[in-house]
Design a protein around this ligand. Structure first.
Ligand code: C2E
Ligand code: CA
Ligand code: CA
Length: 744
């Protein structure tokens, strides 16, 4: 019925929903950063290895050049040219200047000298002179170089204007004897220019330098290339780089392999773990912060939903409040309009709740309301709704009942259930429930109309005697309209009170002296259309609308004013229980007495039993205060309410007015006995007695014989206007032997 606050569950599931998002986001960021780290490392490595490659190429080119330079020291020399041409060859000279010398001072591995006709005339290998024919071993590589050299010299492309600073030559990388080698061919030229020879026909000096592992190791250590070496094929080892060694024709003759310095990977390796750790820590921190944030959000959400709950529920019972009920009723009605079906609306008002609240106290009243709420809830189905509209008013929404009879059955059960006694404050409380029922669509299709009609039906149920349920009927509308009209007109009458409102006075006579001793003030409404209206037609409504306070105040003031003209008479004024409950009432009485100067002992206030029996604290306080200032109180209509004879002594009044129903029965046997009993008990308790509604002489003589002090009734006089009382008093005709008539 009421929405439970399931915040715990919400919190858990919400947090569970949050967590994966945060984890995924954090992981994504970590991956992004790590990825960037690796990528930038690779990039740095790539740039570094690029640099290594260009160094390798440069060093190789320089090495080849150096071989040529070394040759020039001996090949551009008149003596060398002369010796190359001399026949027979002076092999010793050759060893000393063109052969072994190169081995010792320039690190050449092999040297060959070819004649102008390209015939080998000298050979050196490994520091030793060899027969010139060993040239055969390298001729495949060397011959094309020599031919190229002679061709370029013959074409005159080089050496314009005598001998160039750097002599022409042809060189190549090649595999010789299964090893990589630099092969360089240089022409032997005259340095002085004194020996003339035809370009292209010079003797040729050929140097061979093997690129052995020493060479590569030296290259590596000079340029910071770790593990530099020669391989016939590229290295497949992880972290190694290879650069192909190419001949002039582009043939790959092997690979320069080394372990490149990878600064990027180095940085990644050393910094990576730290970065990863920092990232993971930040991810944890973010996760925790996000968790905190999420729980804050949830707290906020919780307090919001609590506020929502409070806004829609009654704090005392936990039932829906009016706002929520109206929302549900609207929803049910719109569904009813769309899809058909019935909607039952029950307005429930507790009977006698006020008495329990007044006599047992507010905490007991609260406990009672809570128990009522529980019983109501247990009598409806789960999808129906019980709401507390305020005070002791409840409402039930019956969703899609099968029939009107089904609604009636629910009402029956509720009435029976609320009639069962309640245990509150250690006592048993007996209350009841009056229910007004309106059913959509029969009694209205919208909320305002339906609730108005349920309210009318409730009013009818109360009027018909409480602890019952009443379905709305069309005829009730008429009653209500009348009531509303009356209310409006009564309000108007109060604005125009001197014209429309009159106070009549009914004389009260002593049975002993036969003289008029008092008058009772009775209100009349001189309605502009309906003429003179008796209080029965409007007092109750004035009580319900609250107008009675103004109305009663006006009557009191008027009656006391008028009574100033009759110094010997007591003046009785009727007071509604509604007036008695108001704190302002006693003050008002005191003010009227002060302003008029009326002796308080001449004023008597008539209260009905229900007013006195309600035992409300306010009423008994007012009663006490009134008696303190000397104002008397009479119990009106005695015998019509609940009070029994034995109660009389407990009631703080000065007079009892026997209701006219007893007076009319006084001439019958049981009636006479009853009145006699009342008279005896009243006298025993020192109370005064007035009999109302005396209409016949028989009644009068009977009452007098029973010892009733005062009488009042049509037999003696009807209620009359102020002037008639004055005339009665002046004319001396104020003995009950005269029969008055009510005039208007
Ligand atoms: P009540 O206090 O019992 O007043 C006596 C009622 O009985 C009066 O009716 C009066 O006209 C009527 N009555 C008097 N003698 C006879 C009789 O011999 N036979 C019959 N059948 N009736 C008799 P009324 O004036 O219509 O007033 C009705 C009720 O309205 C009063 O009953 C009283 O309870 C209430 N009422 C009248 N004026 C006021 C007022 O100013 N303030 C309050 N709170 N109630 C008033
Ligand atoms: Ca009265
Ligand atoms: Ca009365």
């Amino acid at each position: 019925m009421f929405a439970p606050i399931h915040t715990r569950k919400v919190r858990k599931s919400e947090a569970a929903r949050f967590a994966p998002h945060i984890v995924v986001a954090a992981l994504f960021i970590v991956m992004l950063i790590v990825g960037f780290l690796i990528w930038s490392g690779r990039e740095i490595d790539r740039i570094a290895s690029e640099r290594d490659r260009s160094i390798v190429s440069l060093v190789l080119a320089q090495s080849i050049e150096r071989v040529g330079h070394a040759q020039e020291s001996s090949t551009v020399w008149d003596d060398a040219l002369r010796e190359a041409r001399r026949r027979p060859i002076d092999q010793d000279w050759m060893d000393l200047n063109l052969g072994i010398w190169f081995d010792q001072y320039a690190g050449f591995n092999e040297v060959y000298v070819l004649s102008s006709e390209s015939v080998p005339i000298y050979a050196m290998r490994g520091g030793k002179r060899k027969v010139p024919e060993t040239y055969i071993a390298i001729e495949d590589v060397a011959d094309p170089l020599v031919m190229r050299l002679r061709r370029t010299r013959g074409s005159g492309k080089v050496g314009v204007g005598g001998v160039p600073m750097i002599s022409p030559g042809a060189s190549d990388l090649a595999i010789l004897r299964g090893r990589p080698a630099i092969v360089s061919a240089k022409p032997i030229l005259s340095d002085s220019g004194s020996i003339v020879q035809k370009p292209g026909s010079e003797p040729v000096h050929i140097g061979v330098v093997y690129l052995d592992n020493d060479f590569f190791a030296r290259l590596g250590s000079n340029y910071g290339l770790a593990q530099a070496r020669y391989e016939i094929s590229p290295s497949r080892a992880w972290g190694e780089a290879s650069v192909p060694l190419r001949s002039r024709d582009g043939d790959v003759i092997g690979y320069f392999v080394w372990h490149p310095f990878a600064p990027g990977s180095e940085v990644t390796r050393s910094v990576g773990p730290v970065v990863l750790l920092v990232l993971l820590l930040s991810a944890v921190v973010i996760y925790l912060l996000a968790g905190r944030l999420a729980s804050r959000t949830l707290d906020l959400e919780e307090s919001r939903s609590e506020a929502r709950h409070q806004a829609l529920h009654d704090a005392l019972t936990g039932l829906a409040n009016r706002a929520m009920f109206e929302g549900r009723l609207d929803a049910a009605l719109s569904r009813c309009r769309r899809e058909g079906g019935l909607v039952g609306l029950l307005y429930i008002d507790l009977d006698r709740f006020k008495q329990v609240n007044d006599s047992l106290g507010h905490p007991a009243g609260d406990a009672l309301i809570r128990q009522v709420a529980r019983r109501l809830t247990s009598e409806v189905r789960g999808y129906d709704m019980v709401a507390r509209l305020g005070g002791d008013e409840f409402a039930v929404l019956v969703v899609e009942p099968e029939s009107r009879e089904a609604i009636g059955q629910i009402c029956e059960r509720i009435v029976a259930e609320i009639e069962r006694p309640f245990d509150v404050a250690g006592a048993q409380a007996f209350i009841g429930a009056s229910i007004g029922v309106a059913v959509a669509p029969d009694h209205g299709a919208d909320r305002t109309e339906l609730t108005r009609r349920a309210d009318i039906a409730l009013y009818k149920a109360k009027m018909e005697g409480r602890s019952r349920f009443t379905f709305f009927e069309a005829s009730m509308d008429e009653v209500v309209r009348l009531r509303e009209t009356t209310n409006r007109e009564l309000r108007q009458a109060l604005l125009d009170c001197d014209e429309q409102l009159k106070v009549f006075y009914q004389p009260v006579y002593s049975t002993v002296s036969g003289r008029m001793v008092a008058v009772e003030a009775l209100l009349r409404w001189n309605h502009p259309v309906n003429g003179l209206v008796n209080p029965a037609g409007f007092i109750q409504q004035a009580e319900e609308s609250g107008l009675i306070e103004v109305l009663g105040g006006w009557v009191l003031r008027k009656a006391v004013d008028d009574a100033m003209a009759w110094p010997d008479l007591r003046i009785s004024v009727n007071v509604s229980p509604v007036q008695m409950r108001s704190r302002a009432f006693v003050d008002n009485v005191r003010a009227v007495l002060n302003e008029t100067g009326l002796d308080p002992r001449r004023l008597e206030l008539e209260l009905t039993e229900t007013a006195l029996m309600s035992a409300s604290e306010e009423v008994s306080a007012s009663l006490k205060a009134l008696r303190r200032i000397g104002v008397a109180c009479a119990l009106d209509d005695f015998g019509t309410g609940y009070s029994s004879l034995s109660h009389i002594r407990d009631i703080a009044v000065d007079r009892i007015k026997i209701d006219r129903s007893f007076v009319h029965a006084v001439n019958t046997g049981p009636g006479a006995a009853l009145v006699e009993a009342i008279v005896n008990v009243a006298r025993a308790n020192g109370l005064n007695l007035t009999a109302e509604g005396v209409e016949t002489e028989a009644q009068l003589s009977h009452l007098r014989s029973l010892g009733c002090h005062e009488v009042q009734g049509y037999l003696l006089s009807r209620p009359v206007p102020k002037g008639d009382i004055t005339r009665l008093l002046e004319g001396g005709a104020h003995s009950f032997s005269d029969t008055g008539t009510e005039s208007s």
